[in-house]
Design a protein around this ligand. Structure first.
Ligand code: MGD
Ligand code: SF4
Length: 752
């Protein structure tokens, strides 16, 4: 089909946080193919199957094409006009605000929404409707990484870039199945290893052997949740064997403990580590962990010329996710494996725009655009001033985080909720509990999506939106890189870009609530053409006003510059000149990062100006080992873990509609260790009951040396009710990041 294309248009992949550059192929104006571009510096022309096939979504017959409405959730949907749809949405939100106050309304968005979309939604909600009930699905995947970066480095998002991979000599991949979840980036790691088999050492730490483990020199297999002990034991060895970088610690680090962030000495840190001898950690961890293995990996980590760590949900989706992040950062801080080429503590982001749109654009209940915490008065007032709305308009208190938000829906405290580009009726943990709230007749639910989903099934109003390449906007991927995709084709039927929908809704809201400040939130955008001029004006406001003077300064990355730079721009990029060169490859290094020079407080080569640490230091944390919220016991003797597979994306609302991908993986299954399978008489393909305290699933068995003994693993990509694993996962969450523990709960299994 690629050969048939008569035109190729540049953009970025719709799926994962790697952010591969793609080209959409058109024939007679219709999408027929997607290809990589060898000149790209991110993916060098490579794409995974999801990336190559998403053009099929554009003309898919099941796309939503008209606004759909039903007053009662018991009724059938009927098609209505946009005028009527927006009027209803405005009326319901206005009524809720009038009758129950601003906190009775909420927005729940996505790391797959464009930055312009998230920015405008949250602006209308906060300054217009006066609520910080602005959340999104990145709470379910990246919040612990945010917490880890802020508490360890004082600044969110990785310091380095993908380009470090080709300069690294040791890779520490923990709680990440990069081979399937970030396949094109994993290819770079694999290439580096294959080209230098003797020089490059790969450590994979995961309770499950995954395709990522295939390139590992050592696979550390331990009981889920015990890696906090493992990481502290690695630090113990580094300190005991004096493998730390004394100068780096003296120049750049302080040690801290507890809620009040008390400063402690290196000696006190050593005393804390005394509880984590490799012998004790090996006992806690189980699996194949021995004191000798811990010593070996700690030495490799510390003494390699450059070590790069990668992690994702295995660390983040935990009740101690922030601590797990801190403990990986600690290893880098102790050994000075940071800021040099190839040395970095690099969290992999899952969604294509969780960083750019949600973490930077203000898409969570506690953060405003430009990495500004809601509760800091000065920064909140800055935003109000920049938006030209009266001070006090944005509440000082953060809104509901995700689990709290859906609990509030359950309790009927939220009367109107707008869900955009995500399907919480499938993606929340212990989801049946929260579906009850979404199904309430007194909760008005608007859903903007491209396809019918489990969540649209519970909505009152379903609004059809434009898909990738059917609208213009920016995605910011894992390595602080912003890339633009420009509208190339028209959306099907009456589907519209979200930015148009929000603007028109806000204008109606202003009328209904008779509130000129609501109108003011969208005033600069009134009348602008929705395909390009409107998102451009929103991007200009966000970057030129809201990122000025912030660590994610994007003022140089204008649409014009982004169009000129097919590989995008990495922030900080305060000027056009700097952005045209690609921006900043490494933060905090003088000479490489313009803000490191601007904020320098001394002559040292690294300047940690991150906004959250006024002392300009990196913080090494004393974080004890603590187990999961629900550990296996006599009744539920197995660990249940959940995760991803290469061919599918999240709920499968998109990839399940692409025939090649569905054929490759038609349904979810449960991975069981052969020893457990033998003991329980389970053969490959047998149907297995997976039961937790919350419910039951029935899934076919895959008997496989993947999960360790005593653990089973299930993919969450399946819309079929009996195989939908989030019906049984647990909604316990990290007290700091509020991210739920999707990775661990207790279950029992039996053949049926
Ligand atoms: P997962 O399969 O969720 O994927 O990317 P990943 O986090 O890499 O989990 C990774 C690993 O965590 C698993 O191998 C699991 O065994 C391990 N793990 C479980 N418990 C523990 C533990 O206690 N400790 C440690 N150290 N490891 C543990 C997720 C990423 O993928 C995200 S966040 C998103 S949003 C994207 N989604 C996605 C998708 O849906 N499909 C595909 N194909 N790719 C995707 N990429 C992104
Ligand atoms: Fe798209 Fe991620 Fe695959 Fe690249 S690796 S093609 S960004 S899904």
């Amino acid at each position: 089909q690629a050969a048939d294309a008569d035109k190729w248009v540049r953009g970025v992949c719709r799926f994962c946080g790697v952010g591969c550059r793609v080209e959409l192929g058109l024939k007679n104006g219709k999408p027929v193919a997607i290809r990589g571009v060898p000149q790209s510096r991110t993916n060098f022309g490579f794409l995974c199957m999801k990336g190559m096939l998403f053009y099929q979504i554009m003309n898919h017959p099941e796309r939503l094409k008209k606004p759909l409405y039903r007053a009662s959730k018991k009724e059938k949907f009927r098609e209505i006009s946009w005028e009527e749809a927006l009027d209803i949405a405005a009326e319901k939100f206005a009524q809720a605000v009038k009758n129950y106050g601003p906190n009775s309304v909420a927005y729940y968005g996505s790391g797959q929404a464009l930055t312009e979309e998230t920015y405008l939604f949250q602006k209308v909600m906060r300054a217009g409707l006066r609520t910080n009930n602005v959340e999104g699905n990145p709470r379910l995947c990246m919040a612990s990484a945010v917490g880890g970066y802020l508490t360890s480095f004082g600044a969110d998002e990785p310091i380095g870039s993908y380009a470090d991979i080709e300069q690294a000599f040791c890779f520490f991949i923990i709680g990440s199945n990069m081979a399937e979840a970030h396949p094109v980036l994993f290819r770079r790691v694999m290439r580096r290893k294959l080209d230098n088999p003797q020089k490059v050492f790969v450590i994979n730490a995961d309770p499950r052997v995954s395709p990522t483990s295939r390139i590992a020199d050592i696979h550390l297999q331990f009981k889920p949740g015990t890696d906090l002990a493992l990481l502290n034991a690695m630090a113990y060895v580094i300190v005991e064997e004096k493998l730390y970088d004394e100068n780096f610690i003296k120049n750049y680090c302080v040690f801290r403990v507890g809620k009040n962030k008390k400063k402690v000495s290196f000696e006190e840190y050593k005393k804390f580590l005394a509880a984590y001898t490799p012998e004790r950690a090996a006992e806690i961890c189980g699996g194949n962990i021995t004191p000798e293995i811990i010593r070996l990996v700690a030495r490799k980590f510390a003494t390699s010329p450059a070590t790069m760590s990668f992690w994702t949900m295995g660390l983040n989706q935990r009740i101690r996710g922030v601590w797990a992040n801190n403990l990986v950062h600690n290893l880098h801080l102790l050994t000075g494996q940071l800021c040099r080429p190839g040395a970095d503590s690099f969290s992999l982001t899952g969604q294509p725009n969780a960083c750019g749109g949600v973490r930077e654009g203000g898409g969570l209940c506690h953060i405003l655009p430009g990495h500004r915490p809601v509760k800091v008065d000065k920064l909140r007032h800055q935003v109000e001033d920049l938006w030209g709305v009266p001070r006090g308009r944005i509440p000082a208190k953060p809104g509901y985080h995700t689990i709290a938000m859906f609990k509030a829906v359950n309790e009927g405290k939220i009367k109107a909720i707008w869900i955009n580009c995500t399907s919480p009726a499938q993606s929340l943990p212990d989801v049946d509990k929260y579906r009850k709230g979404m199904a309430r007749e007194d909760v008005f639910m608007v859903v903007t999506d491209i396809f019918p989903t489990k969540t649209t099934e519970l909505a009152n109003l379903v609004l059809p939106t434009a898909f990738h390449f059917e609208k213009t906007g920016v995605y910011g991927c894992t390595e602080r890189r912003s890339q633009i995709t420009v509208k190339t084709i028209d959306p099907p039927g009456e589907a519209k870009p979200e930015v148009w929908i929000v603007r028109e809704w806000a204008l109606k809201l202003a009328e209904k609530l008779n509130d000129p400040v609501i109108k003011k939130t969208v005033e600069p955008f009134i009348g602008l053409e929705e395909g390009f001029a409107l998102p451009k004006a929103i991007w200009d406001e966000y970057t030129q006003k809201l990122t000025a003077g912030r660590d994610n300064d994007l003022r140089g990355a204008t649409y014009e510059v982004l169009m000129q730079r097919p590989d995008g721009v990495q922030w900080p990029a305060p000027t056009k000149e700097w952005a045209l060169k690609g921006g900043t490859y490494k933060k905090f290094v003088r000479g490489l990062d313009p803000l490191a020079d601007e904020h320098a407080v001394d002559e040292k080569p690294y300047q940690f100006y991150g906004p959250a640490h006024k002392d300009h230091k990196l913080w090494i944390w004393l974080r004890p080992y603590k187990g999961a919220a629900e550990e296996p016991d006599a009744e539920y003797p197995f660990y249940l873990s959940t995760g991803r597979i290469i061919d599918h994306w999240h709920t499968t609302s998109m990839t399940g509609r692409i025939k090649e991908l569905l054929r490759a993986n038609p349904y979810a299954f449960v991975e069981i260790n052969p020893k457990d399978a033998k003991r329980l008489g389970i053969n490959p393909g047998d149907m297995v009951l997976v039961e937790t305290r919350r419910g039951r699933n029935i899934l076919p068995a895959k008997v496989y040396e993947g999960p360790m003994e005593g653990m089973v693993f299930v993919y969450w990509h399946d819309m079929y009710e009996e195989r939908m694993i989030n019906r049984v996962t647990k909604d316990a969450f990290d007290p700091g990041s509020k991210e739920p523990e999707f990775k661990i709960c207790a279950c029992r299994i039996k053949r049926i």
